[in-house]
Design a protein around this ligand. Structure first.
Ligand code: KIV
Length: 262
């Protein structure tokens, strides 16, 4: 899968499928699936490292996640998230982070900011790296939003999100994630820009969808937004397996002769 395949699918109105992934084993399974794009999201901070937000994510951890995912999913288009503090200091810091993510094997980067970051976005695009923007409920702005809340409901923030997507297009981005915004706004962005629009809590009139894999697989989560559809109850399945194993060990049923070297 490459950027041209993605654009062809968009032109043919074939829905694009994106999921997050952070490790080699899950990436190997995803590589065999119908998923088009893998996002190595900074949500790794929360679902892999137990942080309460994405803010503490750093470039070293992200680089490890990207490298593992790329090895497991060689056939997928892999997008790497730029962690919070990697591009808020200067354009040079940002370019250094892009270098680390691309050297780890990413095919594109995603960043959660528009205003004040135009120079960086333009520089990344001019360097030959596809850029995905992210607007709406951008979790790196959680402290400014005062929580994880729907964005773009009032006319001012609606118009701001629309204007940001037009700016991202003008700066050369190929795609944008629309997170937790009214479906009508996401549909408008899809109509009025040529960006590949990927929604999460943004209705279905977009070019594709993304979910955090741990949410759709039903791993335990303190945050259960209504836009998540759960396809598996991993929490229950894992717990059953762990308890069954514990019981087998305690009862002397594991290992059996077949599982032993006699
Ligand atoms: O980090 C992430 O997982 C994301 C998705 C929620 C789009 O940015």
């Amino acid at each position: 899968m490459n950027i041209n395949n993605l654009k062809d699918k968009q032109a043919n109105k074939e829905k694009l499928v994106m999921l997050t992934c952070y490790d080699y084993s899950a990436a190997k399974i995803m590589n065999q699936s119908e998923v088009d794009m893998i996002l190595v999201g900074d949500s790794a901070a929360m679902v892999m490292h137990g942080e309460t937000s994405t803010i503490p994510m750093d470039i070293e951890r992200m680089q490890h996640h990207v490298s593992a995912v790329v090895k497991g999913a060689p056939d997928k288009f892999v997008i790497a998230d730029m962690p919070f503090m990697t591009f808020r200091q200067s354009v040079e810091h940002g370019i250094q982070a892009v270098k680390m993510l691309m050297q780890a094997g990413a095919h594109a980067v995603k960043l959660e900011a528009v205003d004040g970051h135009e120079d960086l976005i333009e520089r990344i695009v001019q360097s030959g790296v596809p850029v995905m923007g992210h607007v709406g409920l951008t979790p790196q702005f959680v402290n400014q939003f005062g929580g994880f809340k729907v964005q773009g409901k009032d006319p001012v923030s609606h118009d701001k999100i629309l204007a940001d997507t037009l700016k991202l297009q003008q700066l050369g981005c190929f795609s944008v994630v629309l997170e937790c915004v009214p479906a009508t706004l996401a549909a408008q962005v899809t109509r009025e820009t040529n960006l590949i629009t990927i929604g999460i809590g943004a209705g279905c009139d977009v070019d594709g969808q993304v979910l955090v894999t741990h949410d759709m697989l039903g791993f335990p989560s303190a945050f259960n937004p209504k836009f998540v559809r759960q396809y598996l109850n991993t929490e229950q399945l894992f717990k059953q397996a762990f308890d069954q194993y514990a019981e087998d060990v305690k009862q002397g049923r594991f290992p059996s002769d077949k599982e032993s070297y006699l």
